[in-house]
Design a binder for this molecule. Structure first.
Ligand SMILES: C[S@@+](CC[C@H](N)C(=O)[O-])C[C@H]1O[C@@H](n2cnc3c(N)ncnc32)[C@H](O)[C@@H]1O
Length: 928
């Protein structure tokens, strides 16, 4: 169940008569527990409660109902119960049907609402459903509720009016929903004369069977499009005349209303009964956006950008500086006035704005600063000078684009009420401004300069309403002569394999003339490039939330030189952090925030989450420059190299079979070859790829030296396999595979060691705390799914197994999905290591041996078993700690404080080492 479904179920429970015996089970059901789970609890099989009328669900909640007046006492009993502790309950809850008290035992937070209002606190209990909630959802139940109600209404209306679901009418449907949302908001915030006017009028004037609901709503909408003079002529019925003139395009144009079923009418009335005064336009907008999108409806917009994440973009981009100026201004009226004027001319532009949450937050924050200025200047309640139309956006989909405008209008009204008072706010609110400042269209195809013209250009306003004009025509200029532009947002990220043909074409249009390798770029790269191009024409700074892949591995050399060529530099960045809005929907997404500007200044700020989690534990590093890998230091781009830059052993690919599976065998298959012991030794080797090495899987290969080919061909099952290889190589469209058909008894390479091989898998899960490397014996070899250092000194393994090497690999090689992707040419050959003394090598060799011995102590545990974050065996963890200690002392004489410091050192060394031309080093273009 998602948060919205849970809210609906909890509200339903709170509205039913209280049944003390049934309540604990109904409560658990509302949070998504299955009937079988509840039946087992009911029968007492799994209910371990030791409190009268108590139900205890392991790892979850201990609930008890009680006699009237005994709630606090019962909660105390639940808290004191030893069973609460042993069953690791996260919550305790007691109720008598009049009040309800509960405690989150993890955070210590408590609630004590009247029973009938406890559904308002459903967010408090969401962890019970495995949803780790973000604060906004918890604090704004109204937004979740409103979304849930409107969602039901939307689905029901489409059921009754299938033609409204078609592409042609989709816009009408979205527009209708925007009108409804406006009415719900207006009737609860004093914009309509009486509270609840819209819902009550629909309830009273429409038949219970809903036959004329659409006519009643149509009449109200029509009235809201009539000015006072038009009303004299048009004479709407008295009950519709009670509604004010709203216009602003919201109620102009067609007032066609979909037909309502009895159910849809009920859903509409339920929606209206909520208190829309508390609606939070940034959160609500993002949630409601999902309503109009079938694919998204299940997730209900839960992956929208949360307010803390939006502020990670907006604060360093512009708000921090505005606040600093406010602080510096003190009470000086002239400086305060200048700041106010500056803000009045500042425009914020989100070219993937969704339902406008970045714009709404930027607007609200700037209004707050302006209100403080007015306060200090002794002008409280002054009309705002910040035009809403300076907050511009582009959005591909029409519904969010509509909602974005509405959200900004609501935000403006709420700010006016807050800073100027309800009376002033109302006096100036209606009729709505009729301008169109959110463009519906493809941001990668639209000309940003015409939507947000360079300061100094005047474009005349031609629109006469807000919602009626074609959405792809922005009609007004900004009132910002001489002002600044800030571009921000969270554009879509899509790796090259996930892009549609149209999206690929969008990127091609931007990058084809600039780069041959643009096809590897993520879709989000288009926004960075457009922002950089825009910045060459007018003063602007831009910052986007982005997949971190554009700052790692192969995308860096493609994208960033192009951005830097436009004169932009990285002004600030937020290094990778997990996207943690709602963990259950967003597992695996790692993002970064990158701000670029042509006037980046000399103090660049690099923000990083101490432990890679978005838990507010932020570190800030001030640097002269931030490079494309989001590391303090010069703008270096790491290039593939065919030989190690440092004095390391050579690392090669394992052996590529090119065999259609004929040269590789499971243990069972080796037995079926019918070989003598001597033949087994001669023709079979154990072979390791990533999976075999990490998970300890047994796999073998045919290993036939040329001198033994005749004997091998005499063994029928082997002969058949060799012929199988020959056939697939000949059939291949790859020329080099065809050529290999002449030696079908062998893999492409036949590399094997004399003594041992140090191996590193090509891919390894990012959740593993270190890169898995290890030793295999001289009777074994590796496939091309792993890299190999044949007969290399063991200290090489100590380097691969270190934290500092992992950090380098993650940065310069990047990831594939959520796996580290190792590369010898890009990761190993480029890895900078100080010159190692003989003693260093002896020390590192001992460290590698200790790691191997520590693993050995857990035989037969595999790498996958041993290298689990948080539960690595202590001896192994210590062996790695010691390894890191020894290696890091070689770099800087002490341990590094964090990964940023590690990378800083590595890039510094890399820059120095590559500055000296080396005869042994040459860069090459081949991708590995
Ligand atoms: C990750 S969402 C962010 C939206 C909003 N800021 C939020 O947090 O909910 C990206 C938005 O970009 C829109 N989008 C996708 N492709 C686009 C394009 N080519 N042009 C304009 N907008 C686009 C999507 O419809 C979506 O609303």
């Amino acid at each position: 169940m998602n948060a919205v479904e849970i809210e609906a179920a909890v509200s339903d429970l709170a509205s039913q008569p209280f049944d003390g015996e049934e309540f604990p089970f109904a409560f658990l059901a509302a949070f998504g527990n299955k009937k079988t789970t509840i039946d087992r609890l009911r029968k007492g099989n799994t209910n371990a409660s030791d409190v009268p009328n108590g139900v205890l669900q392991r790892n979850n909640i201990h609930v008890a109902t009680c006699q009237p007046g005994a709630v606090s006492e019962t909660l105390n009993a639940l808290r004191a119960s030893p069973k609460t502790t042993t069953a690791k309950a996260k919550f305790i809850l007691a109720t008598d049907g009049r009040t309800l008290e509960a405690e989150d035992l993890v955070s210590g937070e408590t609630i004590a609402p009247d029973y009938r209002n406890f559904a308002d606190h459903f967010g408090f209990f969401l962890p019970l459903a495995g949803i780790s909630t973000i604060k906004e959802i918890k604090d704004n139940p109204i937004d979740v509720r409103a979304t849930g109600r409107l969602n039901k209404l939307y689905v029901e209306l489409l059921k009754d009016n299938p033609d409204w679901a078609t592409e042609e009418r989709r816009h009408d449907m979205n527009h209708f929903m925007a009108r409804l949302i406006f009415c719900f908001f207006a009737e609860d915030t004093g914009i309509f004369k009486e509270t609840g006017l819209f819902t009550r009028t629909v309830d009273q004037m429409s038949e219970r069977d809903a036959a004329n609901t659409h006519e009643v709503i149509g009449t109200i909408f029509h009235a809201m499009n009539l000015s006072a003079t038009q009303r004299n002529a048009d004479k709407p019925p008295a009950w519709a005349d009670a509604f004010p003139y709203v216009n602003g395009g919201l109620f102009s144009g067609s007032i066609d209303v979909p037909r309502f079923s009895r159910m849809a009418r009920t859903f509409l009335l339920h929606s209206g009964q909520l208190n829309w005064r508390e609606i939070n336009p940034d959160i609500f907008g993002s949630m409601i956006q999902a309503v109009a999108d079938e694919g998204e409806r299940g997730a209900l917009g839960m992956h929208y950008t949360s307010v803390p994440n939006i502020l990670k973009v907006l604060n360093p981009l512009l708000l921090d500086e505005l606040r600093e100026q406010l602080n510096a201004a003190g009470d000086n009226p002239r400086i305060l006035l200048n700041l106010r004027r500056r803000m009045a001319k500042t425009r914020v532009f989100d070219p993937a704005c969704g339902s406008g949450n970045f714009l709404v937050i930027a607007y609200k924050q700037m209004r707050q600063i302006e209100a403080e200025i007015n306060q200090r200047r002794g002008e409280p309640g002054l009309k705002t000078e910040i035009p809403l139309t300076n907050f511009r956006g582009i959005e591909l989909l029409s519904f969010p684009a509509e909602i974005a405008r509405l959200a900004l209008i609501i935000a403006e009204y709420q700010c006016d009420v807050q800073y100027r008072g309800q009376r002033q706010a109302l006096a100036e609110f209606l009729p709505l401004n009729a301008m169109n400042w959110i463009t519906c269209g493809n941001a990668l195809r639209l000309d940003w300069l015409s939507l947000c013209p360079p300061t100094g250009n005047q474009v005349k306003m031609v629109a006469n309403d807000l919602f009626h004009t074609p959405l792809d025509q922005p009609e007004i200029d900004f009132d910002n002569e001489g002002g600044e532009t800030y571009i921000c947002g969270n554009p879509p990220y899509l790796g090259s394999t996930w892009q549609s043909e149209e999206q690929k074409a969008d990127l091609k249009a931007i990058f084809n003339a600039r780069s041959k390798s643009w096809k590897s770029l993520d879709y989000v790269a288009g926004w960075f490039m457009k922002a950089a191009d825009y910045g060459t024409k007018t003063d602007a700074a831009s910052a986007f939330v982005s997949t971190n892949s554009i700052c790692q591995g192969q995308q860096v050399p493609i994208l960033w030189p192009l951005i830097f060529d436009t004169g932009h530099e990285i002004q600030f960045a937020h290094t990778s952090f997990k996207w943690a809005n709602l963990a259950s929907h967003n597992a695996g997404v790692t993002v970064a925030i990158v701000g670029i500007s042509r006037n980046a200044g000399t103090t660049r700020r690099l923000y990083s989450e101490a432990n890679g989690q978005s838990d507010g534990n932020l570190q800030i590093k001030v640097a002269d420059n931030i490079n494309a890998y989001l590391v303090p230091g010069p703008n270096v781009i790491v290039e593939r190299a065919s030989k190690p830059l440092s004095a390391l052993s050579e690392m090669s690919f394992g052996n590529k079979p090119v065999d259609g599976g004929h040269l590789l065998l499971s243990k069972n298959e080796t037995n079926k070859l019918g070989l003598s012991t001597q033949q087994r030794t001669r023709f079979l080797r154990r072979i390791y790829g990533s999976a075999e090495f990490i998970r300890g899987l047994e796999r073998y290969c045919l290993w036939i030296e040329d001198k033994h080919l005749d004997e091998a061909m005499g063994i029928e099952p082997i002969r058949q396999r060799i012929e199988g290889v020959r056939a697939i190589r000949l059939a291949s469209r790859d020329k080099s595979a065809n050529e290999m058909a002449t030696r079908a008894h062998q893999m492409r390479e036949m590399n094997i060691s004399q003594n041992w091989t140090i191996t590193v898998p090509r891919t390894s899960s990012e959740s593993r705390p270190l890169l898995p490397s290890g030793l295999i014996d001289s009777r074994s070899t590796v496939t091309s799914e792993a890299f190999a250092l044949f007969d290399a000194p063991l200290w090489n393994m100590a380097i691969i197994a270190s934290r500092i090497h992992l950090v380098w690999i993650a940065t310069v090689c990047g990831k594939m999905k959520t796996d580290f992707r190792y590369s010898n040419t890009l990761g190993w050959n480029t890895f900078p290591v100080p010159l190692l003394t003989e003693q260093n090598k002896i020390d590192l060799t001992r460290c590698a041996e200790n790691i191997l011995l520590a693993r050995e102590a857990h035989f037969p545990a595999t790498i996958a078993d041993l290298y689990v974050a948080d539960s690595m065996p202590e001896n192994l963890r210590r062996a790695h700690e010691q390894n890191d200690e020894v290696l890091e002392r070689i770099y800087i004489g002490r341990r590094f404080r964090n990964d940023t410091e590690r990378l800083e050192k590595l890039f510094d060394l890399y820059t120095k080492m590559t500055a000296v031309p080396s005869p042994t080093r040459n860069t090459r273009k081949t991708a590995q």
